[in-house]
Design a protein. Structure first.
Length: 278
C-alpha cells in the first residue's frame, strides 16, 4: 500500500528533527548547564513547556517510567533555566546542521522550505497538542538552518501529540504501548526496556494483560488480532496527522518533501544519529 501524504511527510520531518537526541553537541551543551542525567534528554525536550515538573513531563511524554523522568528532570526550574536550556538546544542543533547538512540545501531552497513549514505551523490548530504548542511558542532563531529545524520540531511534536491522543483513546497504557511497539520488530525490545525503564514485573504484567485480550502471545509477539489492533492505532494516528499535509495541498507537500529529503539524507550519511559512537 502506498504511503499516505501524512506518512510521507513524517518520513522526512522526523529525522530532520530527531538527530538532536543522538548527536554529541546537545548532550555536551546540556551537561555544561548541569543537566547530565540521561544525556539531558528530559529537560532538553521539556524546556519549551516552561518550568514544569516531572509529573507533567511524564504525562506529556507518555511512555517513560515516572522514576526515569524524575531522575532526568531538575528538582526545580526557573524561567532563566528553561530559557538557557532552550538556547543551548538551538545552538547545538545549528552546529550539527551547519556541519553535516548545510551543503544539502541552497539558500533559496532553505528559504522556501522555511516558508512551507511556517505555512503548516500557522494553519493547524494546537488543541490537545502540548509539545507542539510549546515549541511553536518558542521564538524562532535568526539562523535559517536552525529556524527550519525548530519548525520541523513543531511539526514532529504535533504528530507525536496526535499519536499520544490516539493511544489514550484506544485505550492502552504507556507500558502496553511499548510492548505493542516492541512486537512490531521495528525497535529492539531490550532498547525500549532500557530507555523507558519500566520495571520488569510491570512489563511482564502489561504483556500478560495484552495476551489476555488476545493481542499478543505469551512471549510478547503479535497475534493476528494484535497486528490488526496495532495497525489500527497507526492508521488513526495517520488520519489525525492529515491536517499537516492538508495545510499544503499535494503539490506544495511534494515540494517540501523534495526540499527536506537531501537534508535528511545528509544527516544520516554524516552519522548524526550515531555520533555518540565517535
Amino acid at each position: 500500500m502506498p504511503a499516505s501524504p501524512a506518512q510521507r511527510l513524517h518520513s522526512v520531518i522526523h529525522p530532520v528533527h530527531s538527530f538532536i537526541y543522538f548527536a554529541p553537541e546537545p548532550i555536551e551543551a546540556f551537561a555544561a548547564l548541569g543537566h547530565t542525567t540521561h544525556r539531558g534528554y528530559f529537560p532538553g525536550r521539556a524546556a519549551a513547556l516552561g518550568p514544569v515538573g516531572a509529573d507533567v513531563v511524564t504525562a506529556v511524554f507518555f511512555n517513560f517510567c515516572p522514576t526515569r523522568v524524575a531522575e532526568g528532570m531538575p528538582e526545580s526550574w526557573t524561567r532563566a533555566d528553561t530559557d538557557a536550556v532552550q538556547a543551548a538546544r538551538m545552538a547545538a542543533a545549528g552546529a550539527v546542521l551547519h556541519r553535516d547538512a548545510a551543503a544539502a540545501i541552497t539558500e533559496a531552497e532553505l528559504a522556501e522550505a522555511i516558508d512551507l513549514c511556517e505555512r503548516v505551523a500557522d494553519s493547524v490548530g494546537y488543541e490537545a497538542k502540548p509539545l507542539a504548542a510549546g515549541n511553536r511558542s518558542v521564538p524562532l532563531p535568526d539562523d535559517p538552518l536552525t529556524r527550519l529545524w525548530q519548525l520541523t520540531t513543531v511539526l514532529r511534536e504535533w504528530r507525536g501529540d496526535a499519536h499520544v491522543a490516539v493511544l489514550a483513546a484506544t485505550p492502552v497504557t504507556a507500558v502496553e504501548a511499548l510492548v505493542l511497539h516492541g512486537a512490531t520488530g521495528a525497535f529492539p525490545v531490550a532498547v525500549l526496556k532500557a530507555t523507558r525503564a519500566w520495571p520488569e514485573e510491570t512489563w511482564a504484567a502489561a504483556t500478560a494483560g495484552l495476551a489476555a485480550r488476545g493481542l499478543v502471545h505469551d512471549d510478547g509477539s503479535f497475534t493476528d488480532a494484535g497486528t490488526a489492533f496495532r495497525d489500527g492505532i497507526e492508521e488513526r494516528t495517520d488520519a489525525a496527522s492529515m491536517p499537516l499535509a492538508d495545510a499544503l495541498g499535494p503539490e506544495r507537500l511534494d515540494r517540501l518533501i523534495e526540499l527536506l529529503r537531501p537534508v535528511r539524507d545528509a544527516l544520516i550519511a554524516a552519522g548524526a544519529f550515531n555520533a555518540l559512537a565517535r
